[in-house]
Design a binder for this molecule. Structure first.
Ligand SMILES: Cc1ncc(COP(=O)(O)O)c(C=O)c1O
Length: 383
């Protein structure tokens, strides 16, 4: 395997709820959720059942040469749960971003000609590792070895309304891309007033607003999508990680005024929205939308918040608590790789979000006891 992932020498062979299990039976409390993918935990009956059901008809893939039902139903259900839009299915978060850039540019070209193609992103952002999304990702070590990236992307400060207004006011801006909660960039939540200001500025200047909810979307924030807290709607919404229940799936939702610019042949992907993944994604979405589910997430988020506050009061190693819902960042006064290792040695799996922030992404249906155990193990690791 290409040496691009740094993995500890542990082999997982099983999973059960919030736990990953090694070949020799050791159990680890998984507060990574596969980097935000396993929203329903490992081996979730809804997901396993949906995979079995999907296999019964024998239709795993037919390609986008032909209609298949699960993808069409899923698109209807996603739109019903969000805002009027058309859906493009793909296989990852980065691909949903690439699709968003293509749609935004084609749409903007119709308004301001080919010069109107710039994309504005924010400092600290992460949108993916492909050439377009990497160009909009603010991490020099990820970008520099691969330059030249897609041209026409510039960065401004998260929260800086005047700075955004200045770049967007130029005639050449096509789109603004924003994570309502920055994930890789250190779990930074965009204030609701800022989200509203971004929406208003984009409206004033005929600029498309792309919200990247690949990590914070689909229930993790305590709402189906984090932008709901601000009462705004994006023009383009990027979705991925939890959508396929662990199977690779992404989606881009595009508001009608942008979606209509795309014609057959303008974009595509072989695997996008295949019947197996789409059937499973329907089960995931149904579970997230079931009465009480998101309320339960908010309740657990409150408990986690209280536990983390108590932890911060007990140890000076905690500098700042960030995030909302069940996407939390703990900024510490030490380097995260060592902390992640020590937590793992105690049985807790964490993922870093930058040099001094660890990320807590427990499954959305984790138990209160598991949250307590996780914070306890984090405290031991900090000590
Ligand atoms: C906010 C955000 N956008 C995009 C991506 C890219 O998703 P993928 O790795 O599926 O391409 C990620 C991945 O971590 C992400 O967190």
């Amino acid at each position: 395997m290409l040496d691009v992932y740094k993995m500890p020498d542990i082999m997982f062979t099983g999973g059960e709820g919030s736990w990953l299990i090694t070949e020799d039976g050791r159990r680890y409390l998984d507060f990574t959720s596969g980097i935000g993918v396993n929203a329903l935990g490992h081996g979730a009956p809804e997901v396993v059942g949906a995979i079995r059901e999907a296999l019964e008809g024998g239709l795993i893939h037919a390609s986008n040469l032909f209609r298949t039902e699960p993808g069409e139903r899923l698109a209807e259900e996603l739109v019903a749960a969000t805002f009027p839009s058309r859906v493009f299915f793909c296989n990852s978060g980065a691909e949903s971003g690439e699709a968003a850039f293509k749609l935004a540019r084609k749409w903007a070209r119709g308004i301001g000609g080919s010069a109107k193609h710039h994309i504005v992103a924010f400092h600290g952002s992460f949108h993916g590792r492909l050439f377009g999304t990497l160009a909009a990702t603010d991490r020099p070590s990820f970008r520099d070895p691969f330059k030249p990236l897609m041209p026409g992307v510039e960065f401004t400060g998260m929260g800086d309304v005047a700075g955004l207004r200045a770049v967007v006011s130029r005639e050449d801006t096509a789109a603004v891309i924003l994570e309502p909660v920055q994930g890789e960039g250190g779990i930074r939540t965009a204030p609701v007033e800022f989200l509203r200001a971004v929406r208003a500025i984009c409206d004033e200047r005929d600029v498309a607003l792309i919200l990247d909810e690949v990590q914070c979307g689909l229930g993790r924030s305590g709402r189906l999508f984090a932008h709901e807290y601000a009462g705004i709607r994006p023009d383009l919404l990027m979705v991925a990680k939890p959508l396929g229940g662990g199977l690779p799936m992404g989606a881009l939702l595009a508001a009608p005024h942008i979606a209509h610019v795309m014609a057959p042949g303008d974009h595509g992907t072989t695997f996008g929205g295949g019947p197996l993944v789409a059937h499973v994604a329907r089960a995931v979405l149904r579970t997230l939308l079931a009465p009480g589910f998101l309320e339960g997430v908010r309740k657990r988020a409150e408990s986690l918040d209280a536990l983390l506050r108590q932890l911060a009061a007990r140890t000076s190693a905690v500098r700042e608590l960030r995030g909302l819902g069940l996407i939390r960042g703990v900024q510490v006064d030490m380097e995260t790789p060592g902390l992640v290792t020590r937590a793992r040695e105690r049985g807790l799996l964490l993922v870093a979000a930058g040099p001094d922030v660890v990320r807590l992404l427990p499954p959305l249906n984790t138990s209160e006891e598991e949250l307590e155990m996780g914070v306890e193990m984090l405290e031991e690791a900090l000590a």
